[in-house]
Design a protein around this ligand. Sequence first.
Ligand code: SF4
Ligand code: SF4
Length: 79
Amino acid sequence: MFIYFLSFCEGIYILKIKIDEDKCTGCGNCEEICPKSGKIWKINTVAHVSHLEYCHVCTLCAMKCPVDAIKIMRNAPRE
Ligand code: SF4
Ligand code: SF4
């Protein structure tokens, strides 16, 4: 099951980060590597993101995820 996080809208630009809860182990790598981790990431049993207006779209979190559970969509469709 995927969790979708709508981040921010700036004209037609919508950034989303989705976490695959079935893959996420809660390891915390994403939170550790993110330059804005305190504002964006919260790890319980799985990872959650919020306040993506602080996201640089550096993709470090996705690159550091050992189970490929993070998908970053820079130009996601509105829902
Ligand atoms: S893309 Fe970069 S700034 Fe955005 S959540 Fe991931 S690590 Fe943080
Ligand atoms: S790095 Fe991947 S597996 Fe680890 S907490 Fe973040 S999303 Fe979950």
